[in-house]
Design a binder for this molecule. Structure first.
Ligand SMILES: O=P(O)(O)O[C@@H]1C[C@H](O)[C@@H](CO)O1
Length: 277
């Protein structure tokens, strides 16, 4: 109610901006800003590169809302708060959520600067009991036992790959994202393990949000920017750090903005409602 009292825009598409990836808010037409701190109960990120505002506006031919800044579990917030925005989006009538993140490249096929469309994820903490749907369930807001067979909408993934091909972006492909809580980057042995279990990239966000968005039937598309290669050799002098993550995000933000704009243009919202969501 608070959000709708501040803007007359009623978007059906939400975009979650990962670390340093909030630049897309700068290309929206007729932007309207709402600070997280003004929205009742909305969690505020403490991480550099996560601004803390909702930005409404037009991207190409469609209304969207961008979440510039997200909260992570490693900031000490419970998962219901980490995923609170998904519940808010659902009650606003959002049908499609595009989630971006910065991630470390695990597999051989990823390199710095690549944009990887999430085909699936491995919710490592979720498998060990750290899942946003743990707790009493209110059936009005989703099923007790949520299936996660196709978390990342096939049609949206196909659109993303087609748009990348049309734009000759040969650094875009699909991959599997592994969620780990952080804030530690991975040790070499952990990287070897992540590779072994089928991950292409690893990060500290997105999956809890997707689990909750799917609980409410919203269609999800995930895009990882590979900001660094994970180090799987012992005694390396090279060490991952948040500054290099932000630097790479800055370098690649134009390509990501272009890809998202094309995807948003190509999304058919009629199809979204024809799916019964
Ligand atoms: O919000 P995202 O997943 O883009 O942020 C990544 C994960 C950590 O928060 C941070 C590490 O540099 O970037």
């Amino acid at each position: 109610d608070y959000i709708f009292s501040k803007t007359a825009q009623r978007p059906k598409i939400a975009i979650v901006c990962g670390s340093g990836l909030g630049g897309i808010t700068g290309i929206l037409k007729d932007p309207e800003l709402i600070s997280y701190k003004d929205i009742p109960n909305f969690p505020i990120s403490s991480v550099p590169g996560h601004a803390g505002k909702l930005v409404f506006g037009k991207l190409g031919n469609k209304d969207v809302v961008c979440m510039s800044g997200r909260v992570h579990a490693y900031e000490g917030q419970p998962l219901w708060k980490v995923t609170f925005a998904m519940r808010v989006f659902d009650s606003m009538g959002i049908k499609v959520v595009i989630l971006t993140n910065a991630a470390g490249g695990v597999g051989e096929k990823t390199k710095e600067g690549d944009l990887i469309i999430l085909k699936d994820h491995i919710n490592l903490p979720g498998l060990c009991g750290f899942n946003p749907l743990v707790g009493l369930n209110d059936e009005r807001f989703g099923a007790r036992f949520q299936e996660t067979t196709v978390c990342y909408d096939k049609e949206l993934r196909d659109i993303a790959l087609k748009m990348a091909k049309d734009c000759k972006m040969d650094f875009v492909c699909e991959g599997v994202y592994i969620y780990q809580v952080g804030p530690t980057f991975e040790s070499p042995s952990e990287v070897k393990f992540l590779k072994l279990i089928g991950g292409d990239m690893v990060g500290m966000s997105t999956v809890p949000e997707v689990v909750v968005a799917r609980h409410r039937g919203m269609r999800c598309l995930g895009i990882s920017l590979i900001t660094n290669k994970c180090i799987d050799v012992f005694d390396s002098n090279k060490k991952p750090n948040h500054e290099e993550v932000l630097e790479l995000s800055k370098q690649r933000s134009c390509e990501l903005q272009k890809l998202i704009s094309k995807i948003v243009d190509a999304i058919s919202l009629e199809q979204a409602s024809a799916c019964g969501i």
